[in-house]
Design a binder for this molecule. Structure first.
Ligand SMILES: Cc1cc2nc3c(=O)[nH]c(=O)nc-3n(C[C@H](O)[C@H](O)[C@H](O)COP(=O)(O)OP(=O)(O)OC[C@H]3O[C@@H](n4cnc5c(N)ncnc54)[C@H](O)[C@@H]3O)c2cc1C
Length: 468
């Protein structure tokens, strides 16, 4: 083992194999499972951000509407409680992806995305949700020479589209956060907030209950069928009959056959350090506490917590052939070691620091990297899925879209090409696995020098891809 690998093993030795955020004090006791027949005007399946925002916004739009949320496990146990907490204004999995897919619509998407982030901030304040919401912005950093041209292009295009982003040379980016690996950066000061993901879930859950939403946890929906003018959710504890249904099942969605073609579950992993001492924090200089992401195709994301730990995640994005989701796959020793080695290379000042938690979770990857929307059962059901690793903020927008669609309303949102179009479906297995593994292999090679091979260029030309 190289010394880097030995140090990584030592740093990881005591890390607990569970999501840091969900292990904090303050988790609410589980609501009772459904035990009998229920009815509702609106039934929401899933209590991650997507489902909780849908329930909350439905009540805010019409306090008289009877809303039930049905969750297979407990609210936020999946991606929503274990993510990096980057709450981005982007609805398109980043500016660059939005520009390449919806250039004519991007200004509108950016405006709606900022209004969405403002709406999240206003909700957090209105309901007193204690989730550490801080609009720190985000630093995008170059750690390889070939990243610099991409950063400059991003800065140029974003500025042309009226975003307030700042291009930083090596000294200026290192004055924001001191890593010897940095060559330059772009600071988007306003387009991203940091949140504590689990505390945001718990706060949204509380706000829903206070508005009269009825929540059933540990209640999996096995099937959805039509019933008269409405729909029936079949659960082990009894049926839920509802006029309208919102499907907010993320990467776990198996209820609607068509979603299986569009979404693949991909594992993303993260580490959490022990709290930094003041001298360690001072050695980094991280005064503005921005979230940070590097420009690699396999990128790292990292940020500070309220108590000065560093969350460090990303890089590997793992798809398992067949796409089954299991609790064992939340742990992946090889990925944790790689992440720990990269952490030590990025912050040599923190030599000897220990990780306290290591975990993974699934994201709902689609081939265009950003959410898509639709209806089923003659408009009685709506869904939003495919957030591909950037759904902390965008799920609130998706909730609004689902409510617009269920209400048959024509809004600025439902008129968007982004909302009206669908991603290209993934091919069925075993071709699916082959395509994804070839793409991952090609991306890993492209990260060496920025050159995209013929396979990636073909996918680019078709507007297809695989990302986290
Ligand atoms: C490690 C990691 C890091 C991430 N970092 C970021 C980040 O920094 N910023 C960002 O924007 N995004 C990030 N993401 C992605 C983000 O967490 C997701 O986009 C977002 O949480 C999706 O919310 P959701 O409600 O759609 O899905 P989920 O949180 O997965 O919730 C879906 C819920 O539906 C329930 N469900 C499914 N099927 C049924 C059924 N049949 N019956 C009843 N209930 C059902 C599930 O139990 C689950 O609770 C990250 C994800 C991971 C895993």
């Amino acid at each position: 083992m190289t010394s880097g690998r030995t140090d990584a093993a030592r740093a990881l030795a005591d890390a607990e194999p569970r999501p840091y955020w969900l292990s904090q004090a303050g988790a609410p006791p589980a609501a009772d499972p459904l035990g009998g027949a229920e009815t509702a005007d609106l039934a929401v399946v899933g209590a991650g951000y997507s489902g909780l925002w849908t329930a909350l916004l439905a009540k805010e739009r019409d306090p008289g509407r009877d809303v039930v949320v049905v969750e297979a496990e407990t609210a936020g146990w999946a991606a929503s409680g274990r993510n990096g907490g980057f709450c981005s204004a982007s609805l398109t999995h980043g500016f660059d992806n939005g520009l390449s897919r919806w250039p004519g619509e991007l200004d509108t998407l950016e405006r709606l995305g900022r209004a969405n982030l403002d709406g999240i901030e206003a909700t957090v304040r209105r309901y007193g949700i204690d989730c550490g919401f801080a609009r720190t912005g985000e630093l995008s950093v170059a750690t390889a020479g070939w990243h610099l041209a991409g950063l400059a292009a991003y800065h140029r295009e974003a500025t042309a589209h009226g975003l307030s982003v700042e291009l930083l040379d090596r000294d200026r980016v290192r004055a924001e956060l001191d890593s010897p690996t940095y060559l330059g950066g772009v600071w988007d000061r306003t387009g991203c907030a940091m949140v504590d993901p689990a505390r945001l879930v718990w706060g949204l859950r509380r706000a829903c209950l206070d508005l009269g939403v009825r929540l059933y946890e540990n209640t999996p929906v096995r099937r959805i069928t039509g019933r008269g003018a409405g729909l029936r959710l079949h659960t082990p504890g009894g049926p839920v009959d509802a006029d309208r249904v919102a499907l907010a099942t993320g990467a776990h969605g198996r209820l609607l056959r068509r979603l299986r073609h569009y979404v693949v579950p991909v594992y993303d992993y993260a580490l959490m350090t022990e709290p930094l001492r003041p001298d360690q924090l001072a050695a980094l200089g991280w005064r503005h506490r921005q979230g940070v992401g590097d420009r690699g195709y396999q990128f790292h994301y990292y940020r500070l917590t309220d108590d000065d730990r560093i969350l460090w995640g990303g890089y590997d994005a793992v798809y398992h052939p067949g796409g089954r989701i299991t609790a064992e796959r939340d742990q992946r020793a090889a990925t944790f070691r790689t992440l720990a080695v990269h952490f030590a290379e990025t912050f040599p000042q923190l030599e000897g620091i220990r990780f306290t938690h290591r975990w993974g979770g699934v994201i709902d990857v689609c081939s265009r990297f950003s959410a898509f929307f639709g209806t089923g059962f003659g408009g009685r059901l709506a869904y939003a899925a495919g957030y591909t690793g950037l759904g902390v903020g965008a799920t609130r927008f998706g909730a609004d879209v689902m409510l617009d669609l269920l209400g048959g309303e024509r809004t600025e949102r439902t008129g968007l090409a982004m909302v009206r179009s669908r991603p290209v479906p993934f091919p069925p297995e075993p071709v699916r696995s082959g395509v994804i593994q070839l793409t991952r292999w090609s991306i890993a090679r492209a990260d060496r020098d920025g050159r995209r091979n013929r396979w990636l260029r073909t996918l680019d030309a078709l507007g297809l891809g695989f990302d986290s």
